[in-house]
Design a binder for this molecule. Structure first.
Ligand SMILES: Cc1cc2nc3c(=O)[nH]c(=O)nc-3n(C[C@H](O)[C@H](O)[C@H](O)COP(=O)(O)OP(=O)(O)OC[C@H]3O[C@@H](n4cnc5c(N)ncnc54)[C@H](O)[C@@H]3O)c2cc1C
Length: 454
């Protein structure tokens, strides 16, 4: 049984099906992303694809707002921004060298990403908007090298691949599950619109899942309900590792609003994202500037030391983000914002963009940067995240580390026949958007599950 049909769950279910098992995939959402717009703003306004029960605030308090998650066939890949990145070699090598997760490194994970064979598309010249050319020219003038963001992440500026197939959103459910249901519906059984209440655990062994007071019995359970819900389901099921729900990391970010000059505009076909990956004074590749056509510039920090947590309160998931709690994260965010301001001040950018604001009421970026560092950071902390890649709440590690929840095979410490295969197992956040990384991790975990159950 697989719980959750998102990036991790769909890959895990497909892998177990291919290994010959009968797979039951439970998904709380009913809706499908098929025919969903490729544009983030449109897909995230489709409330039938969104999870209404997840909220976030930062550790300093402040506003509580809906924390975007997909609840649909395809999970968050039904609503996400389609950007494909893999992370740096260091990100992955640190799984074994820092966190003791034997077998996890850039070589094993990049091979797993390649073996996914997931649809990937670079915008054609006809789909490329005016912002892209301006940003690339400006970035070259500022000394950024050239790169296509495919494979290992490193510093440079260039186009980003998107999860598109024949011009439409390629969500994980359509790519991995639909064809297998068509192949053998008796062996790939989808229970959509079925919310798993808990994992049935007896004598330290997972026996199946409980849905609407009904128990479904299984040889093994793979939990893939995502960073927010997987830890909550483990707690509800009586699992008691100290790290459950803790160690949540997300990329702090702010989205800038661009007002284009008269006559400069995207066409209906425009569909491209450019990536400008830059090093701060602290680390390589820890700043992402992502111009998203037609009129957004996402400014994000991708190496993160601040942590948050998640817990269930009155049936909702309440996320408390550690956004820019540490001095290092503040240093990176300030560097990212000043770099964005430098980019926006170039002639190439100015030829296309008339003004750059931090909010809908048109407050200029320069006005924010005129404040002292503390004021700037406390402003950014209050803005709902624009680069949502939460990981870490059931993190992988060694058994003597009480913060670790699963071992290097994804198996939950202390409970047999129960694995976690989603973003929650990441011991640290990669310097990348997380869909491809989550899929690769889930594929590797599910291959091990297939062997173990034999
Ligand atoms: C707004 C936004 C934009 C993003 N853009 C990008 C991007 O452009 N590129 C990128 O690489 N990444 C992006 N991401 C991140 C990426 O989509 C996630 O990292 C990835 O989908 C996480 O996979 P997952 O399997 O852990 O969880 P999810 O994909 O969220 O899947 C979890 C699934 O479990 C289901 N579930 C939860 N609880 C239960 C239950 N009790 N019973 C049954 N089912 C349950 C949920 O409904 C959901 O379908 C974005 C994320 C957000 C929020």
């Amino acid at each position: 049984m697989v719980v959750g049909a998102g990036a991790g769950g769909c890959v895990a279910a497909a892998c177990l099906f291919d290994a010959g098992y009968e797979v039951h995939l439970f998904e709380a959402g009913e809706a499908s992303a098929a025919n969903t717009s490729t544009h983030l703003a449109v897909s995230t306004s489709r409330t039938d694809l969104l999870d209404p029960g997840v909220f976030a605030s930062t550790y300093t308090g402040g506003p509580r707002y809906p924390y975007l998650r997909g609840r649909a066939r395809g999970g968050t890949t039904a609503i996400n921004a389609l950007v494909q990145m893999s992370g740096t070699k260091d990100d992955w090598d640190s799984w074994s060298t820092v966190h003791g997760c034997a077998g996890w490194n850039w070589r094993s994970v990049s091979a797993a990403i390649a073996s996914l064979d997931f649809p990937s598309h670079f915008a054609s010249p006809a789909q490329t908007g005016p912002l892209t050319g301006a940003v690339l020219a400006a970035a070259r003038g500022m000394g950024a090298g050239e790169c296509r963001h495919v494979g290992e992440t490193y510093d440079g500026a260039g186009p980003v691949a998107l999860s598109l197939r024949r011009g439409r959103r390629a969500d994980v459910f359509s790519v991995f599950i639909t064809p297998r249901v068509l192949q053998d519906a008796a062996r790939m059984v989808v229970h959509a619109g079925r919310m798993v209440a808990e994992i049935a655990v007896e004598a330290d062994r997972a026996r199946g899942v409980v849905v609407d007071d009904e128990e479904f019995v299984a040889d093994g359970v793979v939990l893939a309900a995502g960073t927010v819900w997987s830890p909550i389901l483990l707690r509800r099921s009586g699992v008691s590792r100290a790290g459950i729900g803790r160690n949540l990391k997300d990329h702090p970010a702010i989205s800038l609003w661009l007002r284009l000059r008269d006559g400069v505009g995207a066409t209906a076909d425009t569909l491209d994202v450019t990536g400008l990956v830059v090093a701060s004074s602290l680390d390589d590749s820890d700043i992402n500037l992502l111009p998203v056509e037609p009129d957004q510039l996402v400014v994000a920090v991708t190496k993160v030391s601040s942590v948050g947590h998640v817990a269930e309160v009155d049936g909702n998931a309440e996320v408390v983000l550690g956004t820019i709690e540490t001095h290092d994260d503040a240093t990176r965010m300030l560097a990212a914002l000043r770099l964005a301001a430098d980019l926006c001040a170039t002639k190439e950018f100015g030829d296309v963009v008339e003004s750059v604001s931090i909010d809908a009421s048109g407050t200029p970026l320069d006005a924010l940067l005129a404040h002292d560092d503390d004021t700037i950071i406390s402003y950014v902390r209050r803005v709902p995240g624009a680069y949502s890649h939460a990981v870490g709440t059931c993190r992988m590690g060694v058994e003597r580390d009480s913060e670790a929840v699963v071992d290097n095979t994804g198996a939950v410490f202390g409970v047999d026949d129960l694995w976690v295969a989603d973003a929650s197992v990441f011991p640290d956040i990669p310097r990348a958007a997380t869909q491809l990384p989550v899929m690769a991790v889930a594929g590797r975990i599910a291959s091990g599950v297939a062997e173990r159950l034999r």
